[in-house]
Design a protein around this ligand. Structure first.
Ligand SMILES: [Zn+2]
Length: 162
């Protein structure tokens, strides 16, 4: 049995009363969430809440280390790569959000190189020089091969002038 005392403090979305109680609680989304039906203790309004774990994704780095995907870290890397480029913080945030959405829509570990490739995809359209700089700055793209490949991929289509 669930001890409902610990679940009471959920504000009623209808009348705003600070307390409601759980009338039903069951697993949902194949066990990854708990769905609760709640009832306001004042107006009896019923509503549903879901309890889920924060979605996280672990990243396997080239050196074999595994760490949690961190959008802030990615953003910091992008800021460094795009320093003094004509790229606004809003553009950087958009790129990070797009990548975060792609990363978190999957499950299991993801290779850091895969995230790097996503960044490259996004940056290519935003800023060519920043794209190349990121290729050299991003810790998992330090390999000369990756950088050369990035240059080769660009070589056909873009003339680089900075
Ligand atoms: Zn209420």
């Amino acid at each position: 049995m669930e001890d409902h005392r610990y679940h009471r403090r959920m504000r009623c979305p209808d009348c705003g009363f600070e307390s409601s109680h759980v009338v039903d609680s069951r697993p949902s989304e194949e066990g990854s969430a708990i769905r609760r039906r709640r009832e306001c203790e004042t107006c009896s309004f019923r509503f549903t809440t879901y309890e889920r774990t924060d979605h996280i994704r672990r990243v396997r780095k080239r050196n074999g280390q595994v760490e949690r995907f961190d959008a802030n870290k990615l953003k910091a890397g992008l800021r460094a790569a795009l320093a003094e480029r004509p790229v606004t913080d809003v553009m950087i945030s958009d790129v990070v959000r797009a990548i975060e959405t792609r990363v978190l829509s999957g499950t299991g570990q993801i290779e850091s190189a895969e995230i790097g490739a996503m960044v490259m995809d996004q940056l290519r359209d935003v800023d060519t020089v920043g794209y190349l700089r990121f290729a050299s700055v991003y810790e998992d793209f330090e390999g000369v091969e990756d950088f050369e490949q990035a240059l080769a991929d660009l070589g056909d289509t873009v003339e680089i002038a900075d």
